[in-house]
Write a protein that binds this ligand. Sequence first.
Ligand SMILES: [Zn+2]
Length: 393
Amino acid sequence: MRKFFAAKTNGILWVLVLFFLYSHVGEAQKSTFKINATGTTAELDSAMRYAVSIWGSLLTSPVPIKINVVYTSFIVNVPTLASTFPNGRKNFNHTPLADTWYPTALANALNRSELNPGEYDMDIYVNADKPWYAGKDSHCPADKYDLVSVFLHEVGHGLGFASLANVKGDAGSFGSLTSADYFPLRTSFPFPDLEGLPSAFDRAMQNDSGEKLTDTVLFQNNSPSLKEQFTSTDVFLSSGQGQLGNGGNMPKVYAPNSFTLGVSMTHLDEDSYGNMLMTPFFDKGSANHQPSGLELGILADLGWNSEAPLSLTDGLRVVVSLQIKEGAVPLEVQFLSSDKEEASLHIYELSGKELATKQMDASETSWKAPSPGIYYYTYTSGLRNERGKFSAK
Ligand SMILES: [Zn+2]
C-alpha cells in the first residue's frame, strides 16, 4: 500500500484543492479517528489529524477508528513514502459478503460494535527520511511531500482500498500473504491466517471480459492464470457507485505487467486517474485533500455509509424487519416484511429517481428491476425508517 514519488504535475488540481479545503473546515464529523503516533512532532500530528477529519466528514461509523502511526527511517533508501497495514475481520454481523476479509474499520462500522478491542484498525509507517510538508493549506513547496495528502491516501487503504493479491514465481494468489512478506515492517496486531480468502476490494475485481478474478472455477487460487490476470493491465472494479462517480465507466485498477506487492492491484490505475488520491504515485510539491466521487463510490460499494448493507449475491439477508431475496425469475427481487403494522417500501435507482412504491403489511411483495445493478430502498413502518441497497441480477 505504498505511495511512490513520480515526476508529474498538474495545474488544474490547485483550484479544486482550494475549494475543497474550505469545504472541510468545520464540517460535521460522521466518524471519529483516534491516532496513536510514535516518533512524530506536534506539527506532523496536527497534519495527520486534519487528514483524518476529511475522511471523518465523509464516512459514517459508530465505532472510533484507531490508527497506529510509526514515523521512522525506512533505513534502506526506498522510494516508498509510507506503508499501511489494515487489520481485518470476516464473517461478522451484517457481513455483505461471506468468507471475505474486510478492514476492521469497515467491519466495525457494519457490525455496529467493535470487533478488535485492544488492536489498532491500521498501522501506518511513514518514512521519516523523506522531506515532509505538514501544512494544511495545500501550498506544498516543490521540494517537499504534502503529508496531509499522503496520510489521507494511506488511511484510504485502511478503509478499504486493500488487495490481498500476491505473486510468487509463476503463481498469483489471493489471501496467501504472511507477515514475512512485509519484513522488516510488521503489524502491531496479530497477522491473521488469511486462509486463501480475498478482501472485499478483491471480490469486486474483474477482467475486461467481465470474469470475476475471485471466481476459483475460472481462476484457481495460487495459479499461473491468476498471475496472468494480476499483470494483465486490464483489471476493473465491478462497483455500481464507483461507476456512477466515473462517468458510467468501470473503475480501473493499477495492474501493470510487472507485479509489485503493495503497489499492484491495490490502487487505482495511475494512467487513467493520475490526479486522484488512490493512485500509486505522488509528486513532490503537489497536494490532494479530496477523495473523488469515484473513490467514495468504491468505498460505498464495499459497505461504507450503508445503514443496511445488503447483497443478493450470497442469498438471504435479514435487516431488522425486512428480508430481501432473489425472486424466481431473473431481475426479480422479493421483499418480505415481518412488521405487523403497515409499511411502505420505496425503490430508487442510483441517481435517486424513484422506480416503485409498495405498501406492505406483514406481507411479501416482489419487484422486477429494469436492468441488473444496484438499487436503493427506503422502508418505513411506524417509527421505523430503514434504508439500504440491494443488487438485482
Ligand atoms: Zn497506496
